[in-house]
Write a protein that binds this ligand. Structure first.
Ligand code: ADP
Ligand code: MG
Length: 700
C-alpha cells in the first residue's frame, strides 16, 4: 500500500485479498458467512486448546486435553477384535498409552522404543494406564526440543473443507493487518463510553479472543469474566438490540390509520360485562387506546400471567378499531384457541350487534368463500382465526388492527412477516400481541426491543392459588378416585394426556385410550374427549357441553393448553408432566383456579425422574407466579427454548449468551440510546458487522 493512501477498511477488504484464498476457498468461507476480512475477525473461536505447557503424566486426569512428552517404552501391534497399535510412553512421573486403530507400516516403523514423542490429545481412562486415542504427535529430539505454543490455540466453528489450520492461518493474517493499522477496523463504541464501562478497545479485544496469551484464564474467557470477552459480548448484544430498535423506528416512520373511536361500543361492552376491569387492565387498555390514536402503527406487547384477563384488553382494542370504522383481526396459534376466542368475542359482542367472522386453514368451501368475501368487502368488522388469516388470498377492506395471542409461539420473523402482510399500500395496521410467558424486564429488552410493552400485573379478585402435587403414575388408581370424589361433589376436572412424540395422531390416540379407560373405571361419570383431530364442530360441541356442566371429566391433549376458559373446572390431572416445559405446565394449570372454588393440579410423572425434571416440577409446586416460573425456566432451559426462538436465528449469537450475560443488558440499552442520539451513523455498520445479512428488515 503506497504511503499516504488510506488502506481500505477491513469491512470492505474481501477475504480473497489474503494469501491462500482463491475463488474456491472464498466460496467455502462464504458458507461460514465470511466474505470480508472483518467477517473473519468476527468469526470467533468456540473454545480453546491449551498447548502452552507440557503436563507431567502423573498429573493427568481423564477428560483433560493435554500436551505430554515422553519416551516410548513399548510399541506393539495387538490382534484382538480389531488390529491396533499400542505405544506406551513414560516421562518419569507416570505412563500413558497411545492407541491407534489406523496406522501404516512407516508409522509403525517410526514409533520405536526409545523415540521421544510430544503428543496432544484427550486423556481417557484405559486399562493399566491412561490413554490417548489417535493423538496428534511428533518425534522430538532431546537436543533441540521444539518450543511450545505461546498462545492458547483457538478452535473455530467450521464447515466441510475448511480446516482449523486454514482458519488459524487466515485469522493470523487478519490480525496482522489489524495490528498494522488499528483504524482499519473502526471501533463504533465511542471511546468515552468504553472507559466508563471499563472495557478494552476493539482491536485489543479481538486479538485476545483469537490468540489468548498463555496465562489467560480459560474459564473467564469462555464465561463472562474476561474484559476482552465482555467487550465483544457487549457489542454483540448492542448490535442485536439496535437492530430491533431500528426495526421499531422504521415502523414508526410508516403510517397507520389513526383509530380514535368514540368509545360507544367499549362502554356498552363494559356495562354488560358483569365484572369490573382490574386496575392493571384499565391501565393497559389506556396505553393501547393512546397508541391506536396515533398515525403510526402501534407495536405493543401485553404480558400478563395466565388468567390475568388479557382477552378483555384485546376486545377493547378491537372495539376501538371498529368504532373508528376499521377492521380488526385476531390471530391465535392453534385452532382450538382461535375457536375459543371466536366464542368469547362472539358472546361479548353479540349484544352490541356485532358479528365475528371465522377463518382457519380448515375452513373450506362455502364457509370459506363467505368469510373471504365478508373480509374483503368490509362487512366483517372483526375476524378471528389462525395464521390462515394472513395467507395471500385473504384481503381486508380496511384492516386497522392485528391482534396476536400467545406471542411466545411466534418469533421476530413471524412478527415482521405479519406486519408486512397486513399492509395495504402505505398503510400498516396497528399490532397488538399478547403473551402469557412473561419474561424478566432485562430479557424483554433484548428480545422485544422492537415493541412497547405493557404489563397486566394483577389477577382479577378472588382467585386462589392452585394447590399442586407431584406424584408418580404408580399411584394412578388413587388419582382416579380423587377425580371421582371431586366430580361427585359437583366439581369438574380435566385429564390431560401428553406424549413426547410430535405426531398429533399418536397424541390423539393416547387421549382416546385414556378416555376409554377412565370411562370404564368411572362408570358413574360423564366423560368427554377433545383433541386436535376432531372436527371443529365436534370440538365445539364437547367444549360447550363441558362449559355447561354436562361433561364432568374432560380428557384432552395439550390442545387445551392455552386460553380455554371454564371457571367451574377445579381439578386438573396432567399425565407425564415431566415431558412438558414449565411454561406449558403453567399454562395448562391455568385452566383451573378460574372460579371461586379451591382448585388442585396433580402432576403425574413416570419414574424414574431426572434431577432436572424433579427440579422443574418442584418449581410448579412452589409457586404460581408466572414471572417466577419463567425466570426459573429460563435458568433451567435457556432462553431459546423458553421463548421458542431457538430456530429463528435471532438468539443465535456468536459470543453472547442472553442468560449468562443478561447483567449487561441494562447498560446495553443505555448505550444504544446514546449511540442513536449522538452517533446515528454508526448504528448501521455496527448491526451489519454482527448480524450481517441475517435479518433483512427492510425487505420482510
Ligand atoms: P388470560 O389472560 O389468561 O387470557 P382471560 O382473558 O382468559 O385470561 O381471562 C380469564 C378469566 O377471567 C375469564 O373468565 C375472564 O372473563 C375473567 N376476567 C377477566 N377480567 C376479569 C376481571 N377484571 N374480573 C373478573 N373476571 C375477569
Ligand atoms: Mg388468553
Amino acid at each position: 500500500m503506497p504511503r499516504g493512501e488510506a488502506a481500505p477498511s477491513l469491512d470492505r477488504l474481501p477475504v480473497t485479498a489474503l494469501r491462500g484464498v482463491g475463488p474456491r476457498m472464498a466460496g467455502k468461507l462464504a458458507r461460514l458467512g465470511i466474505e470480508s476480512v472483518q467477517d473473519l475477525l468476527f468469526h470467533l473461536p468456540l473454545r480453546y486448546q491449551d498447548r502452552t505447557r507440557i503436563l507431567p503424566m502423573g498429573s493427568l486426569r481423564p477428560g483433560d486435553q493435554a500436551v505430554v512428552e515422553g519416551c516410548i517404552e513399548l510399541a506393539e501391534v495387538k490382534f484382538g477384535r480389531r488390529r491396533m497399535l499400542l505405544v506406551r510412553l513414560g516421562d518419569g512421573t507416570g505412563q500413558l498409552t497411545l492407541r491407534f486403530f489406523h496406522f501404516n507400516a512407516s508409522q509403525q516403523a517410526s514409533l520405536q522404543r526409545g523415540v521421544r514423542l510430544r503428543c496432544y490429545g484427550e486423556i481417557r481412562a484405559g486399562g493399566a494406564t491412561l490413554e490417548m486415542i489417535h493423538p496428534e504427535y511428533q518425534a522430538v529430539s532431546d537436543a533441540a526440543p521444539p518450543a511450545v505454543e505461546t498462545h492458547l490455540t483457538p478452535i473455530y466453528p467450521t464447515t466441510e473443507g475448511v480446516h482449523q489450520l486454514t482458519l488459524r492461518g487466515l485469522t493470523e493474517q487478519a490480525l496482522a493487518l489489524l495490528a498494522a493499522d488499528p483504524d482499519a477496523l473502526p471501533d463504533w463504541l465511542p471511546s468515552e463510553l468504553l472507559e466508563g464501562l471499563g472495557l478494552p478497545g476493539l482491536a485489543e479485544a479481538l486479538a485476545v479472543m483469537h490468540r489468548p496469551p498463555a496465562e489467560t484464564p480459560l474459564e473467564a474467557l469462555l464465561a463472562d469474566g474476561h474484559p476482552a470477552r465482555r467487550r465483544l459480548v457487549f457489542e454483540e448484544l448492542l448490535a442485536h438490540h439496535l437492530s430491533l430498535r431500528q426495526l421499531r423506528q422504521r415502523a414508526q416512520q410508516t403510517r397507520a390509520l389513526p383509530l380514535a373511536g368514540d368509545g360507544r361500543l367499549r362502554s356498552q361492552l363494559l356495562e354488560g360485562l358483569g365484572f369490573l376491569p382490574t386496575a392493571a387492565q384499565r391501565r393497559v387498555a389506556a396505553e393501547i387506546e393512546a397508541d391506536l390514536q396515533r398515525p403510526h402503527p402501534m407495536l405493543r406487547l401485553v404480558q400478563g400471567d395466565v388468567g390475568s384477563g388479557k382477552t378483555l384488553v384485546a376486545v377493547l382494542a378491537a372495539l376501538q378499531a371498529v368504532e373508528a370504522g376499521a377492521q380488526a383481526a385476531v390471530m391465535a396459534p392453534t385452532e382450538l384457541l382461535a375457536e375459543q376466542h371466536c366464542r368469547t368475542f362472539a358472546a361479548w359482542l353479540a349484544p352490541l350487534g356485532l358479528e365475528v367472522a371465522w377463518l382457519s386453514g380448515k375452513t373450506k368451501g362455502r364457509a370459506r368463500r363467505d368469510a373471504l368475501a365478508a373480509i374483503a368487502d368490509g362487512s366483517a368488522p372483526l375476524v378471528v382465526g389462525t395464521h390462515a388469516l394472513f395467507q395471500e388470498e385473504v384481503t381486508f377492506a380496511r384492516l386497522g388492527l392485528v391482534i396476536v395471542d400467545e406471542q411466545h409461539r411466534f418469533g421476530v420473523h413471524q412478527r415482521l412477516a405479519l406486519r408486512d402482510k397486513g399492509r395495504h399500500g402505505e398503510w400498516h395496521p396497528h399490532q397488538l400481541t399478547l403473551t402469557a410467558t412473561p419474561i424478566p424486564r432485562t430479557l424483554a429488552m433484548a428480545v422485544y426491543a422492537d415493541l412497547d410493552t405493557s404489563l397486566i400485573d394483577e389477577l382479577p379478585p378472588g382467585r386462589q392459588p392452585v394447590q399442586t402435587v407431584v406424584i408418580p403414575d404408580s399411584r394412578r388408581a388413587e388419582v382416579v378416585q380423587r377425580v371421582e370424589r371431586a366430580c361427585a361433589g359437583g366439581q369438574q376436572a380435566y385429564w390431560v394426556c401428553t406424549l413426547i412424540e410430535e405426531s398429533e395422531a399418536l397424541q390423539c390416540q393416547a387421549a382416546e385410550d385414556a378416555a376409554q379407560q377412565l370411562g370404564e373405571a368411572l362408570p358413574g361419570l360423564r366423560v368427554g374427549l377433545v383433541h386436535g383431530r376432531m372436527k371443529a364442530q365436534e370440538k365445539e360441541a364437547v367444549m360447550a357441553a363441558f362449559k355447561a356442566g354436562d361433561i364432568q371429566l374432560l380428557v384432552a391433549t395439550t390442545v387445551i393448553e392455552v386460553g380455554v376458559d371454564v371457571p367451574n373446572a377445579s381439578l386438573m390431572i396432567i399425565e407425564n408432566a415431566e415431558r412438558l416445559g414449565l411454561a406449558q405446565l403453567h399454562q395448562l394449570r391455568g385452566r383451573v383456579g378460574r372460579g371461586a372454588a379451591q382448585s388442585s393440579c396433580v402432576l403425574m410423572y413416570h419414574p424414574p425422574l431426572s434431577r432436572l425434571a424433579r427440579e422443574r416440577l418442584a418449581v410448579l409446586r412452589e409457586t404460581s407466579d408466572g414471572f417466577e416460573i419463567a425466570r426459573r425456566d429460563l435458568e433451567l432451559r435457556g432462553p431459546g427454548e423458553v421463548l421458542g426462538t431457538r430456530q429463528t436465528g435471532l438468539l443465535q449469537m456468536r459470543i453472547a449468551d442472553l442468560l449468562r450475560d443478561q447483567a449487561q443488558l441494562p447498560r446495553v440499552e443505555q448505550v444504544a440510546g446514546l449511540l442513536l442520539e449522538r452517533h446515528p451513523q454508526r448504528v448501521a455498520p455496527l448491526i451489519r458487522r454482527w448480524l450481517g445479512e441475517r435479518l433483512r428488515y427492510g425487505e420482510v
